[in-house]
Design a protein around this ligand. Structure first.
Ligand SMILES: [Zn+2]
Length: 398
């Protein structure tokens, strides 16, 4: 930005005079006439808005390539706050706006971008609109708003302050049968030891929690909500580990050669993430159907004779092995530390001759896994969703 110091320097360096139509001194705000100052202000704001749409395009591409993973960030939001220095609100608004634009066809996208650039639509209202669209979709996926409906809502938000935007969205909420907007969940760090979690529960859920409390018996009497949640976390953690790694996981020894299930070959293009993970039970079912000799969920079942033909390559990961990798990597992505959407990944891809030894396995989150795929097989191939990148014999969570 301009140098706002008040010293009256009339000198200009050769470089400055080359780059600037006016001398630096003349262009300093305090030296501009009233009219020029207002004109220049308009010009700068216009530039700023144009820059916003450019930033949205860049954010979209960073997300597509999952580049933030290489910098050790868990998400685009994490990257925008910690690397780019945005406040959480600024980062959230830009990311929401980018996602809204991404979901529109190109010509309609440009239409909205022009409105951002000329100032008729602001990021706060776009962000509010995107939250509303997501809410409608979540409430009933088959009633998700179409492109024209979305643009209709955006039109109502033009030239409106964020408060007016909220009011306009309230009408839209009512028109699609959504009730009052509930406060969003929030986690706020209070100290290195404590965080405040704010959430809204339905009456049914509250009743269920009370039922859990009563099932826990006397020890749950007088427990605070935090203590009750702690108790439930401990119980569900064990149950989920049983489900994910098998009840006999503790006994599973690294040296035991276990009859192993086929690895699920999962392409990891961005658009297919959901399909990738959800396709796994299906693939597992197929694998089970192929060989009934294989057991269902035990981690290290007794070796049973296998058909000698079609012997699969040793690229499967038993539950016992997955458990050891999970424990070794501390239940977190080894690249970014995320604990969400974890998958067991082959460090050297199966297609490149990598095996299923523990040394060749690691925990990665979805983003980091996709990023590794992009680096190894290229963005285009990952986006196409070629089933061939056998980088990962991914075994995802339960
Ligand atoms: Zn990660």
């Amino acid at each position: 930005m301009q140098n706002l110091s008040t010293h009256k320097s009339t000198s200009e360096t050769p470089r400055q005079s080359k780059d600037l139509p006016e001398s630096q001194a003349q262009s300093q705000p305090q030296n501009l006439s009233d009219r020029d100052l207002l004109e220049r202000m308009q010009l700068l704001v216009q530039k700023e808005r144009t820059l916003v749409t450019e930033i949205l395009h860049h954010l979209k591409e960073v997300e597509r390539r999952k580049l933030y993973s290489d910098l050790g960030y868990k998400s685009l939001f994490d990257y925008a706050v910690r690397e780019l220095g945005y406040s959480e609100g600024q980062a959230g608004r830009r990311i929401q706006a980018m996602r809204l634009l991404r979901e529109l066809p190109k010509d309609r996208q440009e239409e909205v971008e022009r409105k951002i650039a000329d100032g008729s639509l602001n990021l706060t209202n776009i962000c509010q609109a995107q939250s509303f669209f997501n809410e409608v979709k979540k409430a009933s996926p088959d009633k998700a708003l179409g492109v024209d409906d979305k643009l209709g809502v955006l039109e109502k938000l033009e030239h409106k302050s964020s408060r007016q935007g909220q009011e306009a969205l309230m009408e839209s909420r009512q028109s699609v049968g959504l009730g009052v907007s509930l406060p969003k969940e929030k986690t706020r760090s209070l100290s290195s030891e404590h965080s405040e979690l704010r959430l809204v529960l339905s009456r049914e859920l509250l009743a269920e929690l009370e039922e859990v409390r009563s099932l826990l018996g006397q020890k749950a009497m007088g427990m605070s909500w935090a203590e009750l949640i702690g108790e439930m976390a401990a119980l569900s953690k064990e149950a989920l580990k049983d489900k994910k790694f098998g009840k006999r996981r503790e006994k599973a020894r690294p040296s035991t050669p276990a009859p192993e299930k086929l690895c699920v070959q999962t392409p990891t293009p961005e658009g297919e993430l959901k399909a990738s993970t959800s396709s796994q039970p299906e693939a597992e079912a197929k694998s089970k159907a192929k060989s009934k000799a294989e057991t269902k969920s035990e981690p290290e079942p007794k070796p049973k004779p296998k058909p000698k033909t079609h012997q699969p390559k040793p690229r499967s990961i038993s539950k016992g092995k997955r458990y050891r990798v999970w424990e070794r990597d501390g239940g977190a992505c080894v690249k970014c530390g995320s604990q969400q959407g974890l998958q067991v990944d082959h460090i050297v891809a199966v297609a490149r001759g990598g095996g299923c030894e523990e040394e060749n396995l690691r925990l990665l989150c979805l983003s980091c896994n996709v990023r590794e795929g992009v680096k190894e097989f290229g963005l285009e191939r990952m986006m196409r969703g070629d089933p061939s990148p056998e980088r990962n014999g991914i075994e995802s969570g339960p």
